[in-house]
Design a protein around this ligand. Sequence first.
Ligand SMILES: Cc1cc2nc3c(=O)[nH]c(=O)nc-3n(C[C@H](O)[C@H](O)[C@H](O)COP(=O)(O)OP(=O)(O)OC[C@H]3O[C@@H](n4cnc5c(N)ncnc54)[C@H](O)[C@@H]3O)c2cc1C
Length: 308
Amino acid sequence: MSPIPLVIIGGGPAGYTAAIYAARAGLHPVLYQGPNPGGQLTITGDVENYPGYRNGITGPAMMEDFQAQAERFGTIVKAGTITKVDFAAYPLELILDSGEKVVAKAVIIAAGASAKWLGLPGEKRLYGRGVSACAICDGFFFKGKTVVVVGGGDTAAEESLYLANLCQQVHLLVRKDHMRASKIMQERVLKNPTIQVWFQTEVKDIIGQETVEAIEVINPEATTRIPAAGLFVAIGHQPNTLPFLPYITVDHQGYIQTNPGTTQTNIPGVFAAGDIQDPHYRQAVTAAGTGCMAALDAERFLQQASRN
Ligand SMILES: Cc1cc2nc3c(=O)[nH]c(=O)nc-3n(C[C@H](O)[C@H](O)[C@H](O)COP(=O)(O)OP(=O)(O)OC[C@H]3O[C@@H](n4cnc5c(N)ncnc54)[C@H](O)[C@@H]3O)c2cc1C
């Protein structure tokens, strides 16, 4: 089996951007789309902050453009999920969910991250219609309205502070009797007059048929209905690293670690781009940016490998 020069794992903004650059550089990349072709943006409505689309665009339409642009330059886009790898071997070995084995000279992991959810029935039903996991992405749609944020860590604190600049009122629900967020973030939240913090409080139900109308919350004292147009779940993200874990070094939160300023992982020839290596920004444009970096890093690696 002759190795594929470059395999890209993931069909989101990072993977497709890597594919565009790699294909234009003549690397003939093969991209596996995984369980969610198009990535996280396929489950959102309008994307208004991706440069170049001055009137905004729906997430699915944007990802169709990404794929078409990657294919235009010769990227081979395939269905299939990587379930296992052997990165101790070289060429690098990947096993697909079909059982097929693929070997590659270089690999870009752009498998993204998934938001953690509360698991309430209304959450799925009203997703994109009031329920969100990304304040920077969706906060604008709640300008001047009341929203509820769930979580006690730094992410929840950051999301609350971001929303407090846009919304009339932010209710932050913290499950424990204290926040896990860093001291400075806690202070900022507690001092902010727009944010009301509810300790020992959990969501019981999300009320609304077509859109979110209220959040029913429960704490040791009472069950309360908070009228609100939005629910932001900020209880963390899970990077999709499982198939790569035996070989790839991750940080304490589970994100792939790369050498600073590059997309190089601890395995030569394996690069990481997008949300799977980014606990901070998690935006389509930053994912695309690191996708570009990964393609350039892979190109250099392959050039060097061909000289040796
Ligand atoms: C509801 C919502 C709204 C958002 N709105 C915005 C917005 O308005 N603007 C913005 O900039 N950002 C927005 N974001 C964030 C943005 O979607 C992400 O930052 C971006 O999609 C990350 O890109 P990615 O390519 O790293 O990963 P993803 O988009 O998560 O794509 C990952 C890809 O990897 C594939 N994959 C996973 N595991 C495997 C595997 N084992 N084998 C093969 N493939 C695999 C998946 O199928 C998927 O195709 C939003 C996110 C959400 C959830």
